[in-house]
Every structure is written in structure tokens, then in C-alpha cells.
Design a protein around this ligand. Structure first.
Ligand SMILES: *[C@@H]1O[C@H](CO)[C@@H](O)[C@H](O)[C@H]1NC(C)=O
Length: 266
């Protein structure tokens, strides 16, 4: 019994001494005159944009992710956004570069339950306006303008039940999208489609976390919410370029950024 008490006291002392010491230290830090360079410079932290340019890595290998461009989302895109998506898709086909499609696959009563279901809860169930689910009869169908044509392209189609395209897992728990990118030695990921402030935002951040250079062309995305522009501003400031499709296509076709084209031909 004595030993037990002694052991308990020892444990208490071992646990509480560092706590006391760390509590004692807080006031000392607060009142100290040491100014950490980080704190001083924090007022300078404003807005960032990528330091890298396409031309910094002329041999870069790009992949195109076409995120949830399906009939359910058609009205979220301006006609121009669809055209721009078609243009970049055509360029990727021309250069024989990898393209991956996803379509949001959740339907009401499909038996799955997850964070997205809990997030939206009962919102808009009666008016077919709960964003977790596809409501329209042809809602799952990829928009023909930007859908796969060839059988090898259909192999790169992913049924999605996560905002982040990378979170959709295959039979063995692998990220389907990431496996395709790794298998193709990709280093740069372009994300187009919908919704800008959900799937595009999360997929771009996820690609960035997996060490890819990321571009979200601002003229080839869409969302029904008022947050599209803010999402692009945040993305540009934390992880990716948002320059328009034309600049990417020009780089693919000519190996240069259009801004440098006049210099090159002069
Ligand atoms: C233009 O070319 C220069 C020199 O090659 C390069 O450093 C710069 O990043 C290029 N500009 C763009 C926008 O790619």
C-alpha cells in the first residue's frame, strides 16, 4: 500500500511540475522585451501569389482534372466557362496529356452517410436543393461538351462522393486520382469545373499538399454560391495560379508564356 501511495505521489509530481513550470513561463513571455522577428514582420503578411511561372519548368508534365462538369451543374457555368473548359480539354488531347473526370455521385437515399450529409442535414430536401445530392434526372451525366470521347478516357472517370477529388478511393483504399497522376509522372495539376468554393478549392489544396504545382483557370470554373471570386482569391494567395485557359494553352502549344512571345520573336 505504501508503495502504491509513493508511486501515485511520484506520478503526480512528474505530471504537475512541467505544468506549473509552463504556466509560470507564460507571464514571463508576455512581459518580456524579447521581440520575435516573426511577430514584427507579421504586419507585412498580406497577400501572396505563386512565385513560380510556367516557364520556370519548361518540361513540366501537366494533367487536367475536370471536376463535376455534369448536367446537374450546367447552370452554374457561364457559356464562356464551358467554352474555355472545351479549349483546354482540346489542348490536352492534342498534346496527349492525362485528363481525369469526376462526377458528383451522391443521390438522396443512396444509403451512404458522411460528413457532407451531416453538414447539409435536412436543408432543401423538400425543394430538391440539398447540395449533397444530385436531383435532376440526367444530373449524373457528364456534360457532352467536355465528356470523355474515347474508351481510354472513360477509364479515367471517377464517381465522386468527396469534395476533394483525391479523396475518392479505389478497391484497395488508394486515391484513384493520385495513382493516375503518379503513373504519368505529372508535376503540374490544372483543375477546372464546379463548385469553385467547394470541390475546386479542396481539390486544388489537396494537389498542392501532394507537391504539385497547381493552376485553377479562373475562366473555366463555376459555382451557384456568391463565394466563387473569394475562393479564387484565397486559392491564388495560398497555393495556385488562377490565370486563364488561354495562357495555359499557349504554353502547351508554344512552350512559352504569351507575355514572353513578343520578346522571343523580336
Ligand atoms: C519570361 O522569360 C523569363 C526568362 O526566361 C522567365 O524568367 C519568366 O518567368 C518568363 N515569364 C513568364 C510570365 O513566364
Amino acid at each position: 500500500m505504501k508503495h502504491l501511495v509513493a508511486a501515485a505521489v511520484l506520478v503526480l509530481v512528474v505530471v504537475s511540475v512541467p505544468l506549473c513550470v509552463s504556466q509560470l513561463h507564460f507571464p514571463i513571455h508576455e512581459h518580456s522585451h524579447v521581440t520575435f522577428p516573426m511577430i514584427k514582420q507579421r504586419t507585412l503578411y498580406k497577400e501572396y501569389s505563386p512565385y513560380w511561372e510556367l516557364e520556370h519548368n519548361p518540361k513540366r508534365k501537366m494533367a487536367l482534372l475536370i471536376d463535376d462538369m455534369q448536367e446537374e451543374h450546367r447552370t452554374y457555368f457561364s457559356p464562356r466557362a464551358v467554352q474555355q473548359a472545351q479549349k483546354i480539354l482540346a489542348a490536352f488531347r492534342r498534346h496527349n496529356l492525362p485528363i481525369i473526370w469526376s462526377f458528383w455521385s451522391r443521390t438522396y437515399g443512396d444509403g451512404r452517410q458522411g460528413s457532407v450529409d451531416r453538414f447539409y442535414g435536412d436543408t432543401g430536401l423538400g425543394s430538391s436543393a440539398n447540395p449533397c445530392y444530385v436531383w435532376e434526372a440526367d444530373g449524373l451525366k457528364l456534360m457532352p461538351e467536355v465528356a470523355p470521347h474515347y474508351s481510354h478516357e472513360w477509364d479515367n472517370t471517377v464517381a465522386s462522393d468527396h469534395y476533394d477529388m483525391f479523396s475518392n478511393l479505389g478497391k484497395h483504399g488508394e486515391s484513384v486520382v493520385w495513382e493516375i497522376l503518379k503513373g504519368n509522372d505529372v508535376d503540374t495539376v490544372i483543375v477546372v469545373g464546379a463548385w469553385t468554393d467547394m470541390c475546386i478549392l479542396t481539390t486544388a489544396l489537396s494537389a498542392f499538399q501532394k507537391e504539385y504545382d497547381v493552376i485553377v483557370p479562373r475562366d473555366a470554373v463555376g459555382t451557384p454560391t456568391p463565394h466563387g471570386r473569394s475562393a479564387l482569391e484565397i486559392l491564388n494567395s495560398v497555393c495556385c495560379h488562377t490565370f486563364p485557359v488561354a495562357e495555359i494553352v499557349h504554353f502547351l502549344d508554344h512552350g512559352r508564356h504569351p507575355a514572353n512571345e513578343t520578346v522571343a520573336s523580336a
